[in-house]
Design a protein around this ligand. Structure first.
Ligand SMILES: [Zn+2]
Ligand SMILES: [Zn+2]
Length: 178
């Protein structure tokens, strides 16, 4: 099976009623993911959804772009993120998976359950979980360039594009007067 969804919604009825190991392979690109004002652009994912004994396991390579502030010069910079995304999605309709244990009976519910729950119409929405995975992979100290010179601690000049004004602000003549 190979599908190219227009969105990040998958109907996994066939997987849930199928056999352990059944897969849906897919690839999408140029998608956008935005939650809480954090927007990922050019989201590309390639991989599969696979039926386990009681879940649907997602195994994807994901790439995205995000605007992040350079930690040295504070300029908004286009940052690329690549992650290996693996998550288990738990179906509400466990009766479809005959003879298998119910995830919720065994493990109860967690705070992040909603992002990893396959709804009662057997739709698996990977968008929230993908966004969470990308958010967790945001670099702690993004750089516009590995050689970014940053801002001068004295005059705040962007040393990549401007010259430090610390000395110009305090001419020799002024120093003599003080
Ligand atoms: Zn920078
Ligand atoms: Zn300076």
């Amino acid at each position: 099976m190979f599908v190219e969804p227009e969105t990040m919604l998958f109907n996994v009825s066939a997987l849930l009623t199928g056999s352990v190991g059944d897969e849906i392979k897919f690839h999408f690109a140029d998608e956008t993911l935005e939650i809480d004002d954090l927007l990922f652009r050019d989201v590309e994912a390639r991989g599969k959804l696979m039926r386990t004994d009681r879940t649907v396991f997602a195994d994807l390579k994901v790439k995205a772009a995000v605007d992040a502030e350079c930690s040295r010069c504070l300029v908004e910079t286009d940052t690329r993120i690549s992650i290996d995304f693996t998550e288990e999605f738990r179906p509400i309709n466990t009766d479809l998976m005959q003879g298998h244990r119910n995830w919720f009976d065994e493990y109860g519910t967690y705070e992040n359950d909603e992002a990893l729950t396959i709804d009662s119409t057997n739709l698996l929405d990977i968008s929230t979980a993908l966004w969470q995975g990308l958010s967790a992979a945001m670099p702690m100290n993004p750089l516009c360039d590995p050689n970014c010179k940053g801002l001068c601690a004295g005059c705040s000049a962007d040393l990549n594009t401007a010259t430090c004004k610390c000395h110009a602000d305090r001419p020799a003549a002024l120093n003599l007067l003080q």
